[in-house]
Design a protein around this ligand. Structure first.
Ligand SMILES: Cc1cc2nc3c(=O)[nH]c(=O)nc-3n(C[C@H](O)[C@H](O)[C@H](O)COP(=O)(O)O)c2cc1C
Length: 148
């Protein structure tokens, strides 16, 4: 199985990860600098940039940002244009495709869909998804702007 890392502040993303039954590394505020060592998918909630320092530390550690092959963004559609803003910013900045977007801890359908995507990637299928620059961001990708 392809490796997975996730970050969670209030526990929704963690809950989603548990529901998928997939093994995953939890990025923590206490120990964000963890070396993934292999290609991985990141599942990230969405917050303002200043709340994502641990995630940035994690991505900047060793080769993590180069090893990132796909993103799944968790958020809340009530945020409208800012829905899943963190995944969208990372996607554009690091040129990594968004594989899936979901709300809160995901529905049963979301769980099935993400499991399927992970299975496909693990079987060596490459994603055909392209990085799409979300129009609402208008280039505001400040918190990762010094990335690769
Ligand atoms: C202070 C705050 C800011 C948030 N900002 C956004 C946002 O900009 N875009 C979005 O889609 N969701 C936003 N959310 C919703 C969370 O991303 C969503 O509830 C997510 O499931 C939380 O994941 P977590 O519990 O793993 O941290 C915000 C939630 C809070 C409490």
């Amino acid at each position: 199985m392809v490796a997975i890392a996730f970050y969670s502040i209030t526990g929704q993303t963690k809950k989603f990860g548990v529901k998928t039954g997939l093994e995953a590394h939890e990025i923590t505020d206490e120990f964000p600098q963890y070396d993934m060592k292999e290609k991985f998918i990141l599942i990230t909630p969405s917050y303002q940039d200043f709340m994502m320092d641990s995630l940035v530390d994690f991505l900047n550690y060793k080769d993590n940002k180069k090893l990132l092959i796909g993103l799944s963004g968790c958020g809340n559609r009530n945020f409208n244009d800012l829905f899943a803003q963190t995944a969208k910013k990372i996607s554009v900045t690091l040129n990594v495709p968004i594989l899936y977007l979901l709300e809160f801890s995901g529905t049963e359908k979301d769980v099935q869909n993400v499991r399927k995507i992970v299975k496909q990637l693990s079987a060596g299928e490459t994603t055909t998804r392209k990085v799409e620059k979300p129009k609402e961001l208008r280039g505001n990708i400040s918190f990762l702007s010094d990335y690769r």
